[in-house]
Design a protein around this ligand. Structure first.
Ligand code: GUN
Ligand code: FE
Length: 424
């Protein structure tokens, strides 16, 4: 059984979309990997537990990345001057093709996992490439890191170059089953997730097989939805019978309901699609930096929140160029301000409290009780040292957190705990 302990420092976490609770010189009690609550003083019954004292540093819940492409990490920031479909063809597919080589995968994924570990992210939902062995390499590295993740072997049997496209639906399904059976019980913290790349990449027979595989193995699903206008037009051509993009997943049982499902982007959802997202309990992975870089647009995040649709944040490497979920928080706020200015002044921009919630509990709830220090939540914590960003005035803990959201990078992350386990 895991040792119980107490974290001491300036504790900050979301209580709801509007409120970040900050407890100066407070304590988080960790019992068997879960929070037993946040306190001003150590309660009598916990007096004998060891205290890990982080002094004046900030302690926040680990951040959650709802959407990232691990094989794209190697070319992040190179060649960003294209729209989504051209960029996939020119940049993403050629790089992902290299992951048929296990040695290359080890090298590239090693860099990705090292950097993810150093970041403020403790949990992630990750796309690998379509290759079984390479995906296994990634899962192995992630498991060793101590981070918690869902990882998808990507399915793609059309509209890609021969070196990357899977031979046919049946071969793609066989590979998927081989990968699931090899990995589903093999790892503690690293679990498979069904990952059709997006509708333009998957034939109907493949989607049908993935629907069956999802049921048989009872796995969650992740994909892309209504990201970019030219992509949406292509889906209309490819799926003339579906009512809207999301319906093309729904008809194969791959759109929420009993199936925990993440859809990345959702930049241009028609009204019926938004209704179905809500009904089916879809999690939106909002990836603001990617929406700018590959010229997708500004998603209606305020409408999603008003409708009660669940939203988390993603970096979407290499559509996005940095792993930081703090950056995703800032860019979510900034994009929402542009939407207010340019599209709809009846919809308030996001606040820093809301963005912090999205990057912690918003995505964390896909993993269960994750993203907060309220009693009963799994204890994922990150320790932030802001002493290298000095300030002359007095600041509250809440203001210091706000500075960390806007200014910090991995150099400020000096401690990390995942499911109660101390990683560094
Ligand atoms: N849609 C299908 N594949 C991708 C991808 O790799 N990145 C992004 N941003 N969108 C996609
Ligand atoms: Fe993506």
């Amino acid at each position: 059984m895991m040792k119980d302990y107490i974290l001491k420092g300036n504790i900050c976490y979301s209580q709801n979309l509007q409120t970040i609770r900050c407890v100066e010189n407070g304590y988080v009690v960790c019992l068997n990997g879960k929070s037993a609550g946040v306190f001003d003083e150590i309660p009598e019954k916990y007096k004998n537990l060891a205290v890990k004292d982080f002094g004046d540093k900030l302690i926040i819940p680990g951040l959650v990345d709802m959407h990232v492409h691990a094989p794209q990490y190697s070319f992040r920031s190179i060649g960003m001057d294209m729209e989504l479909l051209d960029w996939l063809e020119a940049r993403a597919f050629p790089e992902e093709g290299k992951f048929s080589d296990v040695e290359y995968a080890k090298k590239a994924y090693g860099i990705f996992v090292d950097d993810l570990l150093k970041s403020a992210t403790t949990r992630a939902c990750i796309f690998a490439s379509r290759h079984v062995e390479g995906t296994w390499v990634l899962m192995d590295l992630l498991e060793k890191s101590g981070l918690v993740s869902y990882v998808g072997k990507v399915n793609m049997d059309r509209n890609a170059p021969d070196y990357l496209k899977e031979e046919n639906a049946e071969k793609s399904a066989e590979d998927t089953i081989r990968w699931i059976e090899g990995t589903a019980k093999h790892f503690q913290n690293t679990k498979p997730i069904i990952t059709p790349r997006f509708i333009p990449s998957c034939t109907d027979p493949l989607m049908e097989r993935l629907g069956e595989i999802q049921k048989e193995y009872n796995l969650p699903v992740q994909s892309h939805l209504s990201e970019n206008l030219s992509e949406i037009e292509l889906v209309k051509e490819l799926c003339p019978t579906s009512k809207f993009y999301g319906d093309a997943y729904h008809q194969f049982g791959l759109f929420g309901g009993d199936v925990p499902t993440i859809m990345a982007h959702c930049v241009h959802p028609p009204k019926e699609e938004m209704e179905m997202m809500k009904e089916q309990g879809i999690f939106v992975a909002h990836c603001p930096q990617s929406n700018i870089n590959v010229l997708s647009g500004i998603p209606p995040i305020r409408d999603f929140l008003d409708e009660g649709i669940r939203v988390g944040l993603g970096c979407d490497i290499a559509g996005g160029t940095v792993l930081s979920i703090f950056r995703a928080m800032i860019e979510a706020i900034q994009l929402s301000k542009l939407r207010w200015r340019l599209v709809d002044q009846s919809k308030r921009p996001l606040t820093v409290e809301e963005a912090f919630y999205l990057g912690t509990i918003g995505g964390g709830s896909f993993f269960g009780k994750v993203g907060s220090f309220e009693e009963g939540y799994e204890l994922d914590a990150v320790v932030l040292d802001d002493t290298t960003l000095p300030y002359p005035q007095e600041l509250t803990v809440a203001e210091r957190l706000e500075r960390m959201i806007y200014l910090s990078d991995e150099r400020h992350v000096v401690g990390k705990f995942v499911r109660g386990k101390h990683l560094f």
